[in-house]
Design a protein around this ligand. Structure first.
Ligand code: CUA
Length: 335
């Protein structure tokens, strides 16, 4: 009997450790919350985890007792009465209490996080549109359009309007709030107040096609001043390049198929199928996190678009090394 106990103990403990490591081992983690909204979700998780630990310890203790203690010398009648009571308490009353606590806690948090609970308009409004497979980010009050990077000011309520015209995506920044879907034909909202400066990674959390796994984004929580500077920098049109290489890149960009899909403010490129590139040089990644935004990363993306991100809507554009060099010089200079 004893080895049955130890085997059960071993399996259960391993499962517990694996589950715990999966939940908090990788970054970003919803267990390091940096907004009141994310904190309420993390608190609910800890409450459930504590109850699970309690149940685990009690069950293991009972199992140990059952496998090691010699049967008590009691009448059949008494044993049956004890067993019946044990089933009622352990199988109905205790689980009922646990489920009751969980229900109250989760419904309470869900209500608090529900957009309907927020009557007042948030001071910062952003629209995020899910594309295949990147994020179009629009600040309608400020005339700023960017992609895959969302800047927000610290300690201010942010209201992100979520839309999609293709399939369902889901925006998730675990350290700032729970997931919220972007559903075609519907407008959803995600609201949070970030209370820590920094860079927070986000993911698409709903399978949306072949490149779902490469649909990342970053939320930058800036100080009020940095946020204002970022807005004014990104509101302006692209500066005209002064290096000959970059000037050649601009001519090539405007005269080729690039301009049909991308906008660069202040130039004749006004396509909207792909990300706005007016300030692409100031972003940290390309193609929603598929490559780092460095001259090498940009060159790799232009040289082998479909190899870097197979299935991406951007077709393989055939360019010579010289053309790639000029385009990289131009695009990386757009800050
Ligand atoms: Cu978008 Cu998954």
């Amino acid at each position: 009997m004893r080895h049955v106990f130890w085997r059960t103990f071993h399996v259960a403990t391993s499962l517990l450790i694996v589950t715990t490591l999966t939940a908090c081992g990788s970054s970003p983690s919803m267990l390091s919350p940096h907004s009141p909204e994310a904190r309420s979700i993390a608190d609910t998780w800890w409450l459930m985890f504590a109850m699970a630990c309690g149940v685990y310890v009690i069950v293991m203790a009972l199992l140990l007792i059952a496998t090691t203690r010699r049967p008590a010398n009691v009448s059949e009648e008494r044993r049956r009465r004890f067993d019946n009571r044990f089933v009622v308490v352990g199988g109905l009353i205790v689980p009922g209490i646990i489920l009751g606590i969980t229900a109250v806690a989760t419904v309470d948090v869900a209500n608090k996080l529900s957009p309907a609970a927020e009557a007042a308009q948030a001071p910062v409004r952003i629209t995020v549109e899910g594309e295949q497979w990147w994020w179009r980010v629009d600040y309608p009050d400020d005339g700023v359009v960017t992609a895959n990077e969302i800047h927000v000011p610290i300690n201010q309520k942010v209201d992100i309007e979520l839309i999609s015209d293709n399939v369902i995506h889901s925006l998730w920044v675990p350290e700032l709030n729970g997931k919220q879907d972007l559903v075609p034909g519907q407008v959803n909202h995600l609201r949070f107040t970030a209370d820590r400066l920094g860079r927070f990674e986000g993911r698409c959390a709903e399978f949306c096609g072949i490149q779902h796994a490469h649909m990342e984004f970053v939320v930058f929580v800036d100080s009020a001043n940095d946020y204002r500077d970022w807005l004014s920098q990104n509101r302006s049109a692209a500066a005209a390049p002064d290096q000959p290489d970059a000037r050649g890149g601009q001519q090539l960009f405007e005269s080729s198929s690039c301009a049909g899909c991308h906008t660069i403010g202040g130039t004749s490129a006004e396509g909207t199928a792909g990300p706005d590139l007016t300030h692409v040089g100031s972003r940290t990644t390309l193609a929603a996190g598929a490559v780092d935004n460095t001259p090498d990363g940009m060159a790799e993306w232009l040289r082998d678009t479909q190899g870097v991100k197979p299935g991406a809507r951007m077709p393989q554009v055939h360019l010579t090394d010289q053309e790639i060099e000029t385009l990289v010089a131009y695009l990386e200079g757009l800050r």
